[in-house]
Design a protein around this ligand. Structure first.
Ligand code: 6PG
Length: 265
């Protein structure tokens, strides 16, 4: 089970996170792009490298396109950047549902990132357990300075929010929510009748910065439940995202924020 501190029953733990409400999807992508560039520049200055795990789905598409165009493209340190994914569908890169394929189309084809610094999740493989283990080894190999058993700290992890409160491929009432050792795990999602590969809370919650991107009125109820409702992470997996030492920034547009009691912008 998830550690006690995350499941103090009956209490809504103080969730330390920043919430920024912006006008619309374009403003969301612009604000996110500015923050990605700032985090990347600082990471390279401090550690000579920028490690980021990318969200899938449709919300981040605008952001990835902005990152591939000026002014952001020339400011991003592509030679020092390592791209990972937070999760992947059980399809090859050419499939329209592929998160890798979406990033390749919006970003990878237009930026000078070295090919061996693009770390694709091979979720199309028959043996997803092996694929998960190999991806974990690929992560460990990139962060060579870490103690081998301690999850490394990504400089940035981008996450979305599903209408059911899922994030990455951590879906309600699935075993992956309770994974406290593996950094990457396969999971069968009954609601989708499909397998997924996903990063797990041990590695997600080690990130230095987690940036949630949430857009659209269809996300308003889930966002309200996650941010202002009682703590119920089995039902609302996005509530599991509480970095140990890092920070969470919720970048949301007005439509998604329309049911929140507090308005911060
Ligand atoms: C995925 C994502 C997933 C996504 C949410 C929101 O593989 O689908 O990682 O967690 O972020 O489902 O998706 P949209 O941005 O398409 O609404």
């Amino acid at each position: 089970m998830t550690s006690h501190s995350q499941l103090e029953s009956g209490h809504t733990l103080e969730r330390k996170s920043d919430l920024l409400v912006v006008a619309d999807p374009d403003a969301l992508a612009q604000e996110a792009a500015k923050r990605v560039v700032a985090i990347a520049e600082e990471a390279v200055t401090r550690r000579g490298r920028f490690t980021v795990a990318l969200a899938g789905g449709s919300t981040p598409k605008r952001l990835y396109s902005l990152m591939a165009a000026d002014p952001h493209c020339t400011r991003l340190p592509w030679r020092e950047t390592h791209l990972f994914w937070t999760d992947e569908r059980p399809v090859p890169p050419e499939h329209p549902d592929s998160n890798f394929g979406m990033v390749r189309a919006t970003l990878l084809r237009r930026v000078p990132i070295p090919a061996d610094q693009i770390h694709r999740m091979q979720a199309e493989r028959a043996d997803l357990d092996a694929a998960a283990g190999e991806y974990e080894a690929e992560i460990a190999g990139t962060f060579v300075t870490q103690p081998p058993d301690e999850p490394p700290a990504f400089d940035l992890i981008l996450l979305g929010l599903g209408t059911d409160g899922h994030t990455a491929s951590l879906f309600p009432y699935t075993p992956a929510l309770r994974e406290i050792r593996r950094w990457v795990t396969p999971d069968y999602i009954p609601a989708l009748k499909a397998n997924r590969l996903t990063l797990t809370t041990p590695i997600l919650n080690r990130a230095t910065t987690i940036l949630f991107l949430v857009s659209g009125v269809e996300k308003a109820a889930a966002l309200l439940a996650v941010l202002e409702g009682p703590l119920d992470p089995e039902r609302l997996p996005a509530q599991l995202i509480r970095p140990v030492a890092g920070r969470v920034v919720w970048l949301v547009d007005q439509a998604a924020a329309s049911q929140l009691s507090e308005k911060v912008s």
